[in-house]
Write a protein that binds this ligand. Structure first.
Ligand SMILES: C[S@@+](CC[C@H](N)C(=O)[O-])C[C@H]1O[C@@H](n2cnc3c(N)ncnc32)[C@H](O)[C@@H]1O
Length: 307
C-alpha cells in the first residue's frame, strides 16, 4: 500500500480545473482536435506535435531549463512518458548530455518518427524507445533521476495510479516534471478582415461546450500529493514565441484543419464559411498567406520530488 508522504508541499498559485478519471486512454491531441481514429489521424497528430516543437522551441527551452535548475547537471536516467514524436525527449537528451532517455508511448507511429529524429540529431545512442500502453502497466523502468510527462498524463485512464508507479520508479530525490495546457492555443487576430470578428473565441467556446472524456486543462496538485510526491514548484509558462516563427502559419493550419470537423455542427454557417476561407490555400485570406498570426497560450508545469 502506498503511504502518503507527510512532508510539506510548496505549491504556488491557484488553478481552477480539476482532473477527472477516465475509463480509457484517449488519443487526442493537446490542441483539442479530438480523438485519433486510425493511422491517418495519428499521422496528423504527429505532424502537429512536430510543429508544436518547431514553433514553441523557446517555451520548451524554458521548461527544460527550469527542470535542469532543480535536478542539477548529473542526470543519467530519464523517461519521457507519452513521448509522442519526441520533442521533449530530444530537448532532454540535449540538456542532459550524460543521460540515457527512454521514450515511452503506446503509438508505434510516434515512436518510429521519434527514433528517426533522434538519429538525425545525432542523439540515437542515448535515446531508446519503448512501445507500451501505460494503462496496461508500468514498463519496468527503475532508479530514474527524472521523469517527464508533457501533455500526456491526462490521456491515461488512471493518472493517480501512473503517478504512483512513476513515484516508485524514481530514485529517492528524483524528480517528475509534468506539463499541461492551461487553455486552448490562439493564432488568429480578433478581426480577420473577413467574417464576424471573434471567430477563434467562438470556436473555443463551442469546443469547450462539447463533452470530453478527460479534462483538457487538468490540475495535478492533489494527485501528486496522493502519490507521495512533494510538489517542489508549479509554474505557468507562456508559449508565445519571442519572435515570429516561420512555421506558425503551418502550425495554425494544421491545428484549425483538425478542429474544423469537430465544429461542423456547433458553429454558425457564416463562421464555418470563414473557417473554410482560412483553410483554403488559394484564398487571399488563407492562413498560409497571412502575416497576422501569432501563437498565444500558456501551459502549467509541475515539478515534484520523490523524497
Ligand atoms: C498530446 S501527445 C504529447 C506528446 C509529447 N509528450 C509532446 O509533448 O509533444 C500525447 C501522447 O501520449 C500518448 N499516449 C496516450 N495514452 C497513452 C497510454 N495509455 N500509454 C502510452 N502512451 C499514451 C499518445 O500516443 C501521444 O503520443
Amino acid at each position: 500500500m502506498r503511504k502518503r508522504q507527510e512532508s510539506p508541499r510548496l505549491v504556488v498559485m491557484d488553478h481552477g480545473h480539476h482532473q477527472r478519471d477516465t475509463p480509457h486512454a484517449h488519443h487526442h491531441d493537446h490542441a483539442g482536435e479530438g480523438h485519433a481514429h486510425g493511422e491517418t489521424d495519428e499521422a496528423g497528430l504527429a505532424e502537429i506535435l512536430d510543429l508544436d516543437g518547431e514553433v514553441l522551441h523557446a517555451y520548451l527551452d524554458d521548461v527544460v531549463g527550469w527542470v535542469a535548475g532543480a535536478t542539477g547537471p548529473d542526470v543519467q536516467r530519464v523517461v519521457d512518458l507519452g513521448a509522442g514524436t519526441g520533442t521533449g525527449t530530444l530537448a532532454l537528451a540535449r540538456r542532459f548530455p550524460a543521460a540515457q532517455v527512454v521514450a515511452v508511448d503506446a503509438s508505434a507511429t510516434m515512436l518510429s518518427r521519434l527514433s528517426a529524429a533522434a538519429t538525425d540529431a545525432d542523439l540515437g545512442d542515448r535515446v531508446r524507445t519503448v512501445c507500451a500502453d501505460l494503462d496496461a502497466g508500468w514498463p519496468g523502468l527503475a532508479d530514474l533521476d527524472l521523469a517527464w510527462a508533457a501533455l500526456s498524463l491526462h490521456h491515461v485512464a488512471d493518472p493517480g495510479r501512473l503517478l504512483g508507479q512513476v513515484h516508485d520508479a524514481l530514485r529517492p530525490g528524483g524528480l517528475l516534471a509534468v506539463t499541461e495546457m492551461t487553455s486552448a492555443s490562439r493564432f488568429l487576430p480578433d478581426d480577420l478582415g473577413v467574417g464576424r470578428p471573434g471567430l477563434e473565441l467562438r470556436c473555443h467556446a463551442a469546443l469547450d461546450a462539447q463533452p470530453a472524456p478527460f479534462d483538457r486543462y487538468p490540475d495535478w496538485d492533489e494527485a501528486l500529493e496522493r502519490a507521495g510526491f512533494v510538489t517542489v514548484e508549479r509554474r505557468t509558462f507562456s508559449v508565445t514565441p519571442p519572435q515570429p516563427e516561420p512555421a506558425t502559419a503551418r502550425y495554425a493550419r494544421s491545428y484549425l484543419s483538425r478542429l474544423r470537423p469537430r465544429l461542423a455542427d456547433d458553429l454558425a454557417a457564416d463562421d464555418l464559411a470563414t473557417l473554410d476561407l482560412l483553410l483554403d490555400d488559394t484564398s487571399p485570406h488563407g492562413l498560409l498567406r497571412r502575416g497576422d498570426l501569432r501563437v498565444q497560450g500558456s501551459r502549467t508545469g509541475w515539478l515534484a520530488r520523490r523524497v
